[in-house]
Design a protein around this ligand. Structure first.
Ligand SMILES: Cc1cc2nc3c(=O)[nH]c(=O)nc-3n(C[C@H](O)[C@H](O)[C@H](O)COP(=O)(O)O)c2cc1C
Length: 175
């Protein structure tokens, strides 16, 4: 079973989430006796979804929105994505933040793609890695440096996706 974990990141935190999801997803498939082939790719480098059996798509959130390459990916491949099992995730919250502005946009994407679920995972702020304008924004919002990624829940979600796909594959092969 071939699964794509497509990710949009600016500073790498979301890519690491994608990599952990891919590992757990692969473990669930292996545990269920299904051979896994899980690829993590930046959204901008994906040219086709041919051959993939499922897609997990995630983006970092900046100023209340998914990154533009993730939005473009979802739009460009919407027809193919509608025909596949799809899961979405966002990475962002870095402390006490108001409800993101893009919630309605992501809810709409879930509906349009027929995605199984959308999860939000905490993100990471490392001022050293930020560009000057970004540093101004996080300072203005009183956001402190920190890593808010909850690895156990990230891994658990990846495993759950893998188990769901494995169950469908096993049911398909016996029916
Ligand atoms: C300038 C700036 C704006 C941000 N805006 C948001 C936001 O609106 N909502 C949110 O949840 N997180 C926001 N974040 C937090 C990032 O999404 C978080 O740091 C994430 O882990 C970054 O992922 P990346 O390293 O993959 O780019 C912001 C971070 C920066 C630096």
């Amino acid at each position: 079973m071939k699964i794509l974990v497509a990710v949009a990141t600016r500073h790498g935190a979301t890519r690491e989430i994608a990599e952990h999801l891919a590992t757990s997803l692969g473990s669930a498939l292996t545990d269920a006796g299904v051979a896994p082939e899980v690829e993590v790719r930046d959204v901008g480098l994906v040219t086709t979804l041919d051959g993939f059996d499922a897609v997990v798509l995630g983006s970092a959130r900046y100023l209340g929105r998914w990154l533009e390459p993730a939005r473009t990916f979802a739009e460009s491949f919407s027809a193919e994505l509608r025909g596949l099992p799809v899961w979405l995730f966002s990475s962002g919250p870095v402390g006490e933040e108001p409800e993101p502005e893009d919630q309605a946009a992501v809810d709409d994407l879930v509906r349009r793609l027929g995605a199984r679920e959308h999860r939000v995972f905490g993100g990471r702020i490392d001022r050293q890695a930020l560009r000057f304008p970004e540093r101004l924004v996080v300072t203005a919002l009183h956001v402190k440096d920190g890593d808010f990624r909850d690895w156990p829940s990230i891994r658990a979600w990846g495993y759950k996706i893998g188990a769901t796909l494995a169950a469908a594959a096993v049911a398909g092969s016996t029916s």
